[in-house]
Ligand binder design. Structure first.
Ligand SMILES: Nc1ncnc2c1ncn2[C@@H]1O[C@H](COP(=O)(O)OP(=O)(O)O)[C@@H](O)[C@H]1O
Ligand SMILES: [Mg+2]
Length: 333
């Protein structure tokens, strides 16, 4: 005898066109009713255009036929907003006192490490005026979707990514938006993108401590912050300001990461602190949180970022970041 559970399990594997994820991952399956001769399946039509809906209708029918050839399948689509069906367990924001310190890099590496543990991971690039995430992951295709929602673009390793850059005609096009518009874009990325089930969303915040990062922290249910800095940050003031902003917003700083901490010289087998002495311990103390990693200046990393192959990166620094993150990050995934 066919049960609703059997059918649910079988249908879970139906892939959603445009993303390499299935109905269960995307939370689109809304209900199943079995009668003697019929399986009634309700699916949210969120972000699905007509051809995607037809594809899902056919796939569902063929799965049911495979389970029981006598059953008729009826698929009904219901309208839902993405925000109604998204289930994001943890939102981790990456913050810096200023731009160019490696905030996007740490966002990307954090997402990669979580993804490598088999978790569902998304990146919301909230750095609207300086979006560099798509380039690091080599993304060129535009997000798909429908009137009712937008689908993220999937990276090579399966990270779900949304960035303003994915919508611009040319990657180099500058986004000159004022504060309220930026805030609206970030809200839309949260509410109108079909993220489905995510264990972790990693947010690349706008740099600094002005309006834009503040808005992002207000809009998104962030439950942990990673602060990035370099030894070059002349005054620790800037970083401390970022840490203060986090605490004023009642956000927990999970840890700090020192980027461009040193350069390894293989000929000498020596680390040289080219941008000055490490400030890692000092910043960790200021944040009341651990120093998660010291990432060296690594020409290979820079090249992989430029080529769009950041997901191929591995190094000792990456291993230490992994260790640090595993201890610091909330694990209710
Ligand atoms: N540790 C590093 N080694 C080599 N290149 C790096 C390193 N950190 C960052 N970069 C390069 O510096 C640039 C700025 O980094 P990014 O993460 O985009 O900074 P931010 O997001 O803080 O503005 C990127 O193009 C990246 O390739
Ligand atoms: Mg950036």
């Amino acid at each position: 005898m066919l049960t609703e559970k059997t059918v649910t399990d079988a249908l879970a594997d139906v892939l959603v066109p445009g993303v390499t994820r299935n109905l269960a991952d995307m939370n689109l399956l809304q209900g199943i009713t079995l009668t003697n001769n019929q399986a009634k399946i309700t699916v949210a039509s969120t972000a699905l255009d007509e051809s995607a809906q037809n594809w899902i209708r056919e796939k569902c029918a063929s799965v049911i036929k495979g389970l029981n050839g006598d059953l008729q399948t009826e698929v009904t689509f219901v309208e839902k907003r993405p925000v109604e069906i998204n289930r994001v367990k943890n939102v981790i924001a990456v913050m810096s006192g200023k731009g160019g310190v490696g905030k996007s890099l740490v966002t990307a590496l954090t997402a990669m490490l979580l993804r490598s543990r088999g978790l569902n991971v998304g990146i919301l690039d909230a750095d609207i005026t300086g979006p560099s995430i798509p380039r690091m992951f080599g993304l060129t295709s535009r997000p798909r979707g429908s009137e009712s929602g937008i689908l993220p673009v999937t990276s090579a390793s399966g990270i779900q990514i949304i960035s303003i850059n994915l919508f611009l005609p040319e990657e180099e096009d500058a986004v000159i938006w004022r504060g309220p518009l930026i805030g609206r874009a970030i809200t839309q990325f949260w509410e109108d993108v079909l993220w489905g089930n995510l264990d972790y969303m990693v947010v690349d915040l706008p740099p600094g401590t002005a309006d834009a990062p503040l808005t992002a922290l207000q809009v998104l249910p962030v439950n942990g912050i990673i602060v990035v800095f370099t030894p070059q940050d002349l005054t620790t003031m800037i970083v401390k300001k970022a840490i203060m902003m986090a605490s004023q917003m009642n956000k927990k700083v999970l840890g700090v990461v020192e980027n461009m901490s040193y350069l390894y010289l293989p000929e000498l087998k020596k680390n040289v602190e080219i941008f000055g002495k490490s400030r890692g311990e000092e910043m960790a103390k200021a944040a009341g949180a651990p120093l998660l990693a010291r990432i060296p200046v690594d020409p290979r990393l820079a090249a992989l970022c430029d080529e769009g192959h950041i997901e191929r990166y591995s190094s000792d620094a990456m291993d230490s970041l992994r260790e640090g993150l595993l201890k610091a990050i909330p694990s209710n995934a």
